[in-house]
Design a protein around this ligand. Sequence first.
Ligand code: SAH
Length: 242
Amino acid sequence: MLGRILLGCAVVVAIALAVLTGPAQSQREGWDSQRVRMVRQQIEARGVRDPRVLEAMRTVRREQFVPESIRTYAASDSPLPIGFEQTISQPYIVAYMTEMLALDSDHRVLEIGTGSGYQTAVLATLCDHVYSIEIVPELAERSAKILQELDYRNVSVRLGDGYLGWPEHAPYDRIIVTAAPPQLPQALVDQLATQGRLVAPVGRNPDAQKIVLVTKDARGNVRQQDQLPVRFVPMVRGTDRR
Ligand code: SAH
């Protein structure tokens, strides 16, 4: 008799668990397969090859960084609005810029323009530590919270003006800028380590921006190469927002 009651209880608990976790589980699997497709169709198809970058793009849960109201578009081939007139970048651009950085697991990285925190999470998956600066207080707060909830521990997000960099932790092995300044900010070039790489969209006119790759050799000589034409939100000056 007791055995039957216990069995009955176990069945009830199992059904309750299946009802509660089932939809969440299959939703999670749905997102996972959307990201696998996103990487194949949008990113590999356009020539990104670094297997570590591709794996990071498959595993970082992009949908968690997108506002809930537009979450169904999380894997689409375009930038998406994240509020405050800012956008989360198109997945391909995130992968392209990340590949161009050529990250190693021991690198310390400075990111300008935390935004949604998505690019931050991709970087954090591939390096030792990410220092990220965001100028919009609400976005800095929101992205820091999401990154913490998703257990990214090697990330520091700070509210501040990216034109100044983050001198306290310089020099950085890698620097990535995800808003477009009219010219390369000298403070960032100064905060780049020797043998370092900096990737940034540069240009005042949104129709004439280019991704720029800056490399610094062992002697500190700086070289700049123009890459892909792009369209990013402008990198604003600290004083613009007061
Ligand atoms: N990498 C982000 C892209 C966000 S868009 C993502 O994947 O979501 C660019 C971000 O740069 C915006 O959040 C904007 O507020 C921020 N930004 C613009 N000017 C800045 C500045 N001077 N310093 C720091 N962040 C800045």
